[in-house]
Design a binder for this molecule. Structure first.
Ligand code: GLN
Length: 383
Protein backbone atom coordinates (compact mmCIF):
# COMPACT_ATOMS: atom_id res chain seq x y z
CA UNK A 1 0.00 0.00 0.00
CA UNK A 2 1.11 3.49 -0.65
CA UNK A 3 2.30 4.96 2.64
CA UNK A 4 0.93 8.44 1.99
CA UNK A 5 -2.66 7.25 1.83
CA UNK A 6 -2.32 4.27 4.17
CA UNK A 7 -1.18 6.61 6.93
CA UNK A 8 -4.06 9.07 6.59
CA UNK A 9 -7.00 9.35 8.93
CA UNK A 10 -10.57 9.62 7.57
CA UNK A 11 -11.24 13.24 6.65
CA UNK A 12 -12.39 15.42 9.52
CA UNK A 13 -15.55 16.35 7.57
CA UNK A 14 -16.65 12.75 7.31
CA UNK A 15 -15.72 12.06 10.93
CA UNK A 16 -17.67 15.02 12.27
CA UNK A 17 -20.73 14.32 10.09
CA UNK A 18 -20.68 10.75 11.34
CA UNK A 19 -20.52 11.95 14.97
CA UNK A 20 -23.33 14.40 14.23
CA UNK A 21 -25.56 11.54 13.00
CA UNK A 22 -24.61 9.36 15.94
CA UNK A 23 -25.50 12.05 18.49
CA UNK A 24 -28.43 13.49 16.56
CA UNK A 25 -26.61 16.81 16.53
CA UNK A 26 -27.23 19.96 14.52
CA UNK A 27 -24.48 19.69 11.92
CA UNK A 28 -22.58 22.94 11.44
CA UNK A 29 -19.42 20.99 10.59
CA UNK A 30 -19.08 19.83 7.01
CA UNK A 31 -19.79 22.75 4.66
CA UNK A 32 -23.02 22.15 2.79
CA UNK A 33 -26.17 24.27 2.62
CA UNK A 34 -29.61 23.32 3.94
CA UNK A 35 -31.14 24.88 0.83
CA UNK A 36 -31.74 22.39 -2.01
CA UNK A 37 -30.34 24.79 -4.66
CA UNK A 38 -32.05 26.82 -7.39
CA UNK A 39 -35.10 24.96 -8.70
CA UNK A 40 -34.67 26.08 -12.33
CA UNK A 41 -31.11 24.74 -12.44
CA UNK A 42 -32.23 21.43 -10.95
CA UNK A 43 -35.05 21.23 -13.49
CA UNK A 44 -32.59 21.77 -16.33
CA UNK A 45 -30.53 18.85 -15.05
CA UNK A 46 -33.56 16.59 -14.74
CA UNK A 47 -34.77 17.55 -18.20
CA UNK A 48 -31.32 16.97 -19.69
CA UNK A 49 -31.30 13.43 -18.30
CA UNK A 50 -34.74 12.79 -19.83
CA UNK A 51 -33.70 14.39 -23.11
CA UNK A 52 -30.95 11.80 -23.40
CA UNK A 53 -27.78 13.66 -22.44
CA UNK A 54 -26.34 10.53 -20.87
CA UNK A 55 -23.44 9.38 -23.02
CA UNK A 56 -19.84 10.57 -22.86
CA UNK A 57 -19.67 14.28 -23.55
CA UNK A 58 -16.48 15.81 -25.02
CA UNK A 59 -13.47 15.27 -22.77
CA UNK A 60 -12.94 19.03 -22.26
CA UNK A 61 -16.60 19.63 -21.39
CA UNK A 62 -19.73 20.46 -23.37
CA UNK A 63 -19.17 23.56 -25.55
CA UNK A 64 -22.24 25.31 -24.07
CA UNK A 65 -20.71 25.19 -20.60
CA UNK A 66 -17.28 26.33 -21.71
CA UNK A 67 -18.86 29.28 -23.51
CA UNK A 68 -21.14 30.07 -20.58
CA UNK A 69 -18.16 30.00 -18.20
CA UNK A 70 -16.20 32.39 -20.42
CA UNK A 71 -19.14 34.82 -20.50
CA UNK A 72 -19.73 34.39 -16.75
CA UNK A 73 -16.14 35.25 -15.84
CA UNK A 74 -16.06 38.17 -18.26
CA UNK A 75 -19.09 39.61 -16.49
CA UNK A 76 -18.18 38.83 -12.90
CA UNK A 77 -14.38 39.02 -12.85
CA UNK A 78 -13.43 40.95 -15.98
CA UNK A 79 -11.50 37.95 -17.31
CA UNK A 80 -10.86 37.54 -21.00
CA UNK A 81 -11.03 33.77 -21.43
CA UNK A 82 -11.41 31.85 -24.63
CA UNK A 83 -13.69 28.79 -24.20
CA UNK A 84 -10.62 26.78 -25.27
CA UNK A 85 -8.97 27.88 -22.01
CA UNK A 86 -11.73 26.28 -19.93
CA UNK A 87 -12.03 22.60 -19.04
CA UNK A 88 -14.81 20.89 -17.11
CA UNK A 89 -13.87 18.40 -14.37
CA UNK A 90 -15.74 16.19 -11.93
CA UNK A 91 -15.50 18.65 -9.08
CA UNK A 92 -12.79 21.02 -7.95
CA UNK A 93 -11.02 18.23 -6.08
CA UNK A 94 -10.43 16.40 -9.35
CA UNK A 95 -9.23 19.66 -10.86
CA UNK A 96 -6.75 20.17 -8.02
CA UNK A 97 -5.51 16.57 -8.14
CA UNK A 98 -5.16 16.77 -11.92
CA UNK A 99 -3.30 20.07 -11.80
CA UNK A 100 -0.85 18.73 -9.23
CA UNK A 101 -0.27 15.52 -11.21
CA UNK A 102 0.20 17.50 -14.39
CA UNK A 103 2.50 20.18 -13.06
CA UNK A 104 4.72 18.55 -10.44
CA UNK A 105 7.90 16.72 -11.31
CA UNK A 106 9.16 14.51 -8.46
CA UNK A 107 11.31 16.63 -6.15
CA UNK A 108 9.72 19.95 -7.12
CA UNK A 109 9.03 22.27 -4.24
CA UNK A 110 5.37 23.16 -3.74
CA UNK A 111 4.29 26.05 -1.52
CA UNK A 112 1.13 25.58 0.54
CA UNK A 113 -0.52 27.73 3.18
CA UNK A 114 -1.65 26.46 6.56
CA UNK A 115 -4.41 26.17 7.60
CA UNK A 116 -4.96 24.10 4.47
CA UNK A 117 -7.81 22.12 3.04
CA UNK A 118 -7.14 18.53 4.03
CA UNK A 119 -6.86 17.11 0.50
CA UNK A 120 -4.01 19.38 -0.55
CA UNK A 121 -1.03 17.95 1.25
CA UNK A 122 -1.50 14.22 0.46
CA UNK A 123 -2.17 15.07 -3.18
CA UNK A 124 1.02 17.15 -3.41
CA UNK A 125 3.05 14.40 -1.74
CA UNK A 126 1.53 11.66 -3.91
CA UNK A 127 2.44 13.68 -6.99
CA UNK A 128 6.06 13.67 -5.78
CA UNK A 129 6.13 17.28 -4.64
CA UNK A 130 8.19 18.46 -1.69
CA UNK A 131 5.79 20.55 0.41
CA UNK A 132 6.92 23.86 1.84
CA UNK A 133 4.37 25.08 4.35
CA UNK A 134 3.75 28.73 5.05
CA UNK A 135 1.75 29.35 8.20
CA UNK A 136 -1.11 31.80 8.69
CA UNK A 137 -2.26 32.66 12.20
CA UNK A 138 -5.35 34.15 13.82
CA UNK A 139 -6.88 36.62 14.19
CA UNK A 140 -5.79 38.22 10.88
CA UNK A 141 -4.40 35.25 8.92
CA UNK A 142 -2.42 37.72 6.82
CA UNK A 143 -0.21 36.86 3.87
CA UNK A 144 2.90 38.91 4.57
CA UNK A 145 6.34 39.15 3.02
CA UNK A 146 7.66 37.22 6.01
CA UNK A 147 5.10 34.41 5.66
CA UNK A 148 5.83 34.06 1.93
CA UNK A 149 9.60 34.22 2.42
CA UNK A 150 9.39 31.35 4.92
CA UNK A 151 8.20 28.95 2.20
CA UNK A 152 9.31 30.21 -1.22
CA UNK A 153 12.76 29.29 -2.52
CA UNK A 154 14.29 29.48 -6.00
CA UNK A 155 13.23 25.82 -6.30
CA UNK A 156 9.51 26.58 -5.86
CA UNK A 157 7.77 25.23 -8.95
CA UNK A 158 4.12 25.16 -7.93
CA UNK A 159 2.05 27.14 -5.43
CA UNK A 160 -1.33 25.89 -4.24
CA UNK A 161 -3.41 28.75 -2.98
CA UNK A 162 -7.02 29.12 -1.86
CA UNK A 163 -8.97 32.38 -2.02
CA UNK A 164 -11.54 33.04 -0.54
CA UNK A 165 -10.01 30.87 2.10
CA UNK A 166 -11.45 27.83 3.83
CA UNK A 167 -11.41 27.51 6.87
CA UNK A 168 -10.47 31.08 7.84
CA UNK A 169 -13.16 32.91 5.87
CA UNK A 170 -10.54 35.34 4.64
CA UNK A 171 -10.72 37.12 1.32
CA UNK A 172 -7.15 38.17 0.65
CA UNK A 173 -6.58 41.87 0.02
CA UNK A 174 -5.21 43.21 -3.21
CA UNK A 175 -1.79 43.98 -1.65
CA UNK A 176 -1.50 40.41 -0.40
CA UNK A 177 -2.35 39.03 -3.84
CA UNK A 178 0.14 41.35 -5.51
CA UNK A 179 2.82 40.20 -3.09
CA UNK A 180 2.01 36.55 -3.81
CA UNK A 181 2.15 37.26 -7.56
CA UNK A 182 5.56 38.84 -7.15
CA UNK A 183 6.91 35.79 -5.30
CA UNK A 184 5.49 33.48 -8.02
CA UNK A 185 7.11 35.48 -10.79
CA UNK A 186 10.42 35.62 -8.95
CA UNK A 187 10.53 31.84 -8.47
CA UNK A 188 9.11 31.20 -11.94
CA UNK A 189 6.37 29.13 -10.27
CA UNK A 190 2.90 28.18 -11.47
CA UNK A 191 0.12 29.35 -9.19
CA UNK A 192 -2.77 26.90 -8.80
CA UNK A 193 -5.66 28.81 -7.26
CA UNK A 194 -8.62 27.10 -5.67
CA UNK A 195 -11.24 29.83 -6.14
CA UNK A 196 -14.28 27.69 -5.39
CA UNK A 197 -15.70 30.31 -2.98
CA UNK A 198 -15.44 33.11 -5.57
CA UNK A 199 -19.15 34.00 -5.34
CA UNK A 200 -19.38 33.71 -1.58
CA UNK A 201 -17.89 37.08 -0.59
CA UNK A 202 -19.55 39.57 1.73
CA UNK A 203 -19.89 43.23 2.67
CA UNK A 204 -19.64 44.47 -0.91
CA UNK A 205 -16.40 42.65 -1.68
CA UNK A 206 -15.57 41.52 -5.22
CA UNK A 207 -13.53 38.43 -5.95
CA UNK A 208 -10.19 39.05 -7.65
CA UNK A 209 -9.04 36.04 -9.67
CA UNK A 210 -5.36 35.19 -9.85
CA UNK A 211 -5.74 35.25 -13.64
CA UNK A 212 -6.19 39.02 -13.44
CA UNK A 213 -2.99 39.67 -11.45
CA UNK A 214 -0.06 41.27 -13.29
CA UNK A 215 2.13 38.68 -14.98
CA UNK A 216 0.03 35.72 -13.82
CA UNK A 217 -2.30 35.21 -16.78
CA UNK A 218 0.08 32.71 -18.39
CA UNK A 219 1.31 31.10 -15.19
CA UNK A 220 -1.83 30.42 -13.17
CA UNK A 221 -4.60 27.90 -13.04
CA UNK A 222 -8.00 29.00 -11.77
CA UNK A 223 -10.17 26.27 -10.28
CA UNK A 224 -13.91 26.76 -9.80
CA UNK A 225 -16.85 24.72 -8.55
CA UNK A 226 -20.45 24.74 -9.74
CA UNK A 227 -21.33 22.87 -6.55
CA UNK A 228 -20.26 25.92 -4.55
CA UNK A 229 -21.65 28.49 -7.00
CA UNK A 230 -25.14 26.95 -6.86
CA UNK A 231 -24.95 25.50 -3.37
CA UNK A 232 -25.32 21.91 -4.56
CA UNK A 233 -22.16 20.32 -3.22
CA UNK A 234 -22.95 16.81 -4.41
CA UNK A 235 -22.92 17.78 -8.08
CA UNK A 236 -19.16 17.68 -8.39
CA UNK A 237 -18.86 19.84 -11.49
CA UNK A 238 -15.60 21.75 -11.49
CA UNK A 239 -14.05 24.13 -13.98
CA UNK A 240 -10.40 24.80 -14.73
CA UNK A 241 -9.23 27.95 -16.49
CA UNK A 242 -5.68 28.30 -17.78
CA UNK A 243 -3.70 29.57 -20.74
CA UNK A 244 -3.34 27.10 -23.66
CA UNK A 245 0.22 26.04 -22.86
CA UNK A 246 -0.71 24.98 -19.32
CA UNK A 247 -4.04 23.56 -20.44
CA UNK A 248 -2.25 21.07 -22.69
CA UNK A 249 -0.81 19.30 -19.65
CA UNK A 250 -3.85 19.79 -17.42
CA UNK A 251 -6.11 18.10 -19.97
CA UNK A 252 -3.79 15.08 -20.15
CA UNK A 253 -4.19 14.49 -16.43
CA UNK A 254 -7.97 14.97 -16.63
CA UNK A 255 -8.39 12.52 -19.48
CA UNK A 256 -7.03 9.71 -17.35
CA UNK A 257 -8.60 10.69 -14.03
CA UNK A 258 -12.31 11.01 -14.80
CA UNK A 259 -12.22 11.76 -18.55
CA UNK A 260 -15.66 13.40 -18.53
CA UNK A 261 -18.35 14.78 -16.24
CA UNK A 262 -22.12 14.00 -16.45
CA UNK A 263 -23.41 15.96 -19.46
CA UNK A 264 -26.84 16.55 -17.89
CA UNK A 265 -25.22 18.45 -15.03
CA UNK A 266 -22.97 20.34 -17.43
CA UNK A 267 -25.98 21.58 -19.39
CA UNK A 268 -27.70 22.67 -16.20
CA UNK A 269 -24.57 24.51 -15.02
CA UNK A 270 -24.25 26.22 -18.41
CA UNK A 271 -27.78 27.50 -17.95
CA UNK A 272 -27.14 28.47 -14.32
CA UNK A 273 -24.02 30.51 -15.02
CA UNK A 274 -26.11 32.76 -17.24
CA UNK A 275 -28.71 33.43 -14.57
CA UNK A 276 -29.70 37.00 -13.81
CA UNK A 277 -26.95 38.71 -11.77
CA UNK A 278 -29.62 39.49 -9.17
CA UNK A 279 -29.81 35.79 -8.28
CA UNK A 280 -26.11 35.73 -7.41
CA UNK A 281 -26.41 38.96 -5.40
CA UNK A 282 -29.47 37.69 -3.52
CA UNK A 283 -27.81 34.38 -2.70
CA UNK A 284 -24.80 36.21 -1.36
CA UNK A 285 -27.00 38.60 0.67
CA UNK A 286 -28.86 35.63 2.16
CA UNK A 287 -25.62 33.97 3.22
CA UNK A 288 -24.39 37.22 4.70
CA UNK A 289 -27.55 37.45 6.81
CA UNK A 290 -26.97 33.90 8.00
CA UNK A 291 -23.36 34.72 8.86
CA UNK A 292 -24.51 37.67 10.94
CA UNK A 293 -27.22 35.66 12.67
CA UNK A 294 -24.73 33.01 13.74
CA UNK A 295 -22.05 35.57 14.67
CA UNK A 296 -24.46 37.53 16.86
CA UNK A 297 -25.77 34.36 18.48
CA UNK A 298 -22.30 33.01 19.22
CA UNK A 299 -21.12 36.35 20.57
CA UNK A 300 -24.12 36.43 22.91
CA UNK A 301 -22.97 33.05 24.25
CA UNK A 302 -19.53 34.44 25.01
CA UNK A 303 -17.80 32.83 22.03
CA UNK A 304 -15.71 35.32 20.09
CA UNK A 305 -16.31 35.19 16.33
CA UNK A 306 -13.42 36.08 14.04
CA UNK A 307 -14.24 38.14 10.94
CA UNK A 308 -15.64 36.15 8.01
CA UNK A 309 -15.32 37.97 4.67
CA UNK A 310 -16.26 34.99 2.50
CA UNK A 311 -17.02 31.21 2.32
CA UNK A 312 -19.76 29.41 4.30
CA UNK A 313 -17.67 29.55 7.46
CA UNK A 314 -17.38 31.50 10.65
CA UNK A 315 -14.65 30.78 13.20
CA UNK A 316 -14.57 31.35 16.89
CA UNK A 317 -11.40 31.81 18.88
CA UNK A 318 -11.71 29.86 22.12
CA UNK A 319 -8.91 31.79 23.79
CA UNK A 320 -11.30 34.48 25.00
CA UNK A 321 -13.52 31.84 26.64
CA UNK A 322 -10.66 29.94 28.26
CA UNK A 323 -7.05 29.94 27.01
CA UNK A 324 -6.66 26.28 28.04
CA UNK A 325 -9.36 25.01 25.69
CA UNK A 326 -8.31 22.69 22.88
CA UNK A 327 -10.33 22.85 19.65
CA UNK A 328 -10.57 19.09 19.17
CA UNK A 329 -11.67 18.36 22.72
CA UNK A 330 -14.08 21.28 22.53
CA UNK A 331 -15.67 19.99 19.30
CA UNK A 332 -15.96 16.47 20.67
CA UNK A 333 -17.60 17.74 23.81
CA UNK A 334 -19.90 20.03 21.85
CA UNK A 335 -21.19 17.24 19.63
CA UNK A 336 -21.45 14.61 22.36
CA UNK A 337 -22.86 16.72 25.19
CA UNK A 338 -24.55 19.63 23.48
CA UNK A 339 -25.59 18.18 20.14
CA UNK A 340 -23.84 20.65 17.85
CA UNK A 341 -21.16 19.61 15.35
CA UNK A 342 -18.38 21.95 14.20
CA UNK A 343 -14.86 21.49 12.83
CA UNK A 344 -11.65 21.92 14.85
CA UNK A 345 -9.37 24.15 12.75
CA UNK A 346 -6.24 22.28 13.95
CA UNK A 347 -7.31 19.59 11.44
CA UNK A 348 -6.25 22.02 8.72
CA UNK A 349 -2.64 22.08 9.90
CA UNK A 350 -0.08 19.40 9.11
CA UNK A 351 2.24 20.69 11.81
CA UNK A 352 2.53 23.51 14.36
CA UNK A 353 -1.25 23.61 14.56
CA UNK A 354 -3.21 26.51 15.94
CA UNK A 355 -5.42 24.73 18.50
CA UNK A 356 -7.79 27.44 19.64
CA UNK A 357 -10.10 27.96 16.66
CA UNK A 358 -13.37 26.20 15.79
CA UNK A 359 -15.17 26.48 12.43
CA UNK A 360 -18.96 26.70 12.09
CA UNK A 361 -20.87 26.47 8.80
CA UNK A 362 -23.64 29.07 8.51
CA UNK A 363 -25.07 28.08 5.10
CA UNK A 364 -28.16 26.93 6.95
CA UNK A 365 -31.77 27.96 7.51
CA UNK A 366 -32.53 30.32 10.38
CA UNK A 367 -34.25 27.40 12.11
CA UNK A 368 -31.09 25.26 11.95
CA UNK A 369 -28.87 28.10 13.19
CA UNK A 370 -31.30 28.93 16.00
CA UNK A 371 -31.53 25.28 16.99
CA UNK A 372 -27.73 25.10 17.25
CA UNK A 373 -27.58 28.34 19.24
CA UNK A 374 -30.35 27.12 21.52
CA UNK A 375 -28.42 23.97 22.29
CA UNK A 376 -25.25 25.94 22.92
CA UNK A 377 -27.09 28.00 25.49
CA UNK A 378 -26.33 25.07 27.81
CA UNK A 379 -22.67 25.55 27.04
CA UNK A 380 -22.83 28.99 28.63
CA UNK A 381 -24.76 27.70 31.61
CA UNK A 382 -22.16 24.96 32.06
CA UNK A 383 -19.29 27.49 31.99
N1 GLN B 1 -15.51 21.67 1.51
C1 GLN B 1 -16.22 21.11 2.62
C2 GLN B 1 -15.85 21.81 3.89
O1 GLN B 1 -14.86 22.46 3.98
C3 GLN B 1 -15.97 19.66 2.87
C4 GLN B 1 -15.93 18.77 1.70
C5 GLN B 1 -15.73 17.36 2.16
O2 GLN B 1 -16.43 16.88 3.01
N2 GLN B 1 -14.74 16.70 1.63
O3 GLN B 1 -16.58 21.64 4.84
Amino acid sequence: MNSIFAGLPTTVFETMSQLARQHDAVNLGQGFPDDPGPRDVREKAAQAVLDGWNQYPPMMGVPELRQAAAAHYRHWQGLDLDPGEIMVTSGATEAIAGALLALIEPGDEVVLFQPLYDAYLPLVERAGGVPRLARLTPPHWRLTEEVLASAFTPKTRVVLFNNPHNPTGRVFEREELDLLAEFCRRSDAVLVADEVWEHVVFDGRRHVSVLSLPGLRERSVKIASAGKIFGMTGWKVGMVCAAPELMKSLSKAHQFLTFTTPPSLQHAVAYGLGKDPAWFEDTRAGLQRSRDRLADGLAALGLTPLPSAGTYFLNVDLTALDPRLDDEAFCRDMVERHGVAAIPVSAFYARDAVRSVVRFCFAKTDATLDAALGRLERLRQAA
